[in-house]
Design a protein around this ligand. Structure first.
Ligand SMILES: [Zn+2]
Length: 408
């Protein structure tokens, strides 16, 4: 893929594309059309996702309205209660949540939500952004279906870090949250392209193309989507023994919904898949390339040697990557995720700063070149060298990542 085309794709897709939105559909059609331009026929596969239309979301603290965004799919509520800042994670800190609207640092994940619920919280305030950013943006979040599955929905709002700090500085006492929304089932999509090989064995390539609510998602993850397009284009004219399947996943940012839907809807196809190669955040200006191997340890050494052979600095390690590789690994398919990890000072994600500005086209080319060599060897090897087996230590990490087991 030429540097000009790489640049053009970033420019053409410089818009927010949240999972399930019309903009996500627009991006899916764009990716399909790029495939068409190099003579390959991709199809768009729909899957169900929870959607919501927010009518009212307000937070009032001691009579003053604080800018907020209500969590989608968190129900409709009106609640007033004392405000409590949960600064710690131990049980004494958690006991203070009873009957309170709880403000805490960080992300509202599965265990955090359940802890708050069990300890009697009646509402939740999260915050994001930074006191050091010039903007006062607020990300639109959701109470994920898997987080609230089987338990009550609490009213949740997200505010800006500057306001969170101001509330604590001012010893805020009483909060009131009002949420009114309609929840319904909508559609998100995966874009799927098959390049048939000589054998029945399949290698699957994944990259998500959706973004979060404030983000153009250039680095996270149009970069990986461009990488996948470059690989697909390459293999339309280069031999590959195995069948290559490319899946541009929708709604990854909403909890890997596209890759989970793919695995659920194509259970019959999974036995033939020998390896998953996932691209999530490549080509940024600063930082170094990593390969997260959710596989046997031997793959780590192999990729390390490959990097030395090609003269590309790469840091491979065995871990679970927070991306579309994990649902495949959970089905016993070894998965390698490639990413160029940037220092936070040079590139952040899930905010309005994730634009094509932080991408360096030469690094896109370097990253794509290494991944292409790796993919080509895996696609043409006599036997897929990476064993189709997930070691027990990795299985345990997958269980923790997918919230089936709590990390000690
Ligand atoms: Zn991502």
């Amino acid at each position: 893929m030429t540097p000009t085309l790489i640049q053009k794709i970033f420019t053409d897709t410089a818009f927010v594309r949240v999972g399930g939105s019309p903009e996500e559909l627009k991006a899916a059609e764009y990716i399909r059309d790029v495939c068409t331009s190099f003579g390959a026929t991709a199809t768009i596969e729909e899957f169900d996702v929870q959607m919501a239309t927010m009518h009212t979301d307000t937070l009032t603290v001691d009579g003053v309205e604080i800018p907020c965004k209500g969590y989608l799919n968190a129900g409709s509520h009106e609640v007033e209660a004392p405000l409590y800042y949960l600064a710690g994670k131990d049980k004494y800190a958690l006991e203070g949540c009873r009957g309170k609207i709880v403000l805490f640092d960080g992300y509202l994940g599965y265990w955090r939500y359940r802890d708050l619920l069990e300890n009697g919280a009646v509402g939740i305030i999260t915050y994001d952004g930074s006191v050091n950013y010039a903007d006062r943006n607020i990300d639109r979040r959701e109470l994920r279906a898997m987080v609230s599955e089987g338990v009550d929905k609490l009213p949740c709002v997200n505010i800006n870090a500057k306001d969170a700090v101001a509330l604590m500085k001012g010893n805020a006492k009483t909060a009131r949250i009002t949420l009114k929304q309609d929840e319904y089932v909508g559609k998100s999509r995966n874009v799927v392209l098959d390049l048939p090989g000589e054998s029945d064995e399949v290698m699957i390539f994944t990259a998500h193309y959706d973004s979060t609510s404030l983000s153009e998602g250039a680095y996270d993850n149009m970069s990986g989507s461009v990488g996948l397009l470059a690989l697909a284009e390459y293999f339309t004219t280069h031999a590959h023994k195995r069948t290559l399947r490319f899946v541009w996943c929708g709604s990854e940012e909403r909890g890997l919904l596209g890759s989970k839907a793919y695995c659920a809807d194509h259970e019959d196809a999974l036995p033939a898949i020998k390896l998953c190669i996932n691209l999530d955040m490549i080509g940024c200006t600063m930082g170094h390339l990593i390969a997260c191997c959710t596989s046997e340890e031997a793959a780590v050494s192999y990729i390390s040697y490959l990097g030395r052979e090609l003269g590309t600095l790469i840091d491979p390690y065995q871990e679970v990557y927070s991306s579309d590789s994990t649902p495949f690994a959970d089905k016993g398919i070894p998965a390698i995720s490639f990413a160029r990890v940037s220092p936070r000072e040079a590139a952040t994600i899930h905010n309005s700063y994730d634009t094509a500005e932080i991408i360096k086209v030469e690094n896109m080319e370097t990253d794509i070149a290494l991944i292409t060599v790796f993919a080509e060897r895996m696609a043409n090897a006599v036997f897929c060298p990476i064993r189709k087996e997930i070691p027990d230590n990795v299985k345990e990490k997958i269980d923790e990542y997918l919230c089936r087991k709590r990390k000690k």
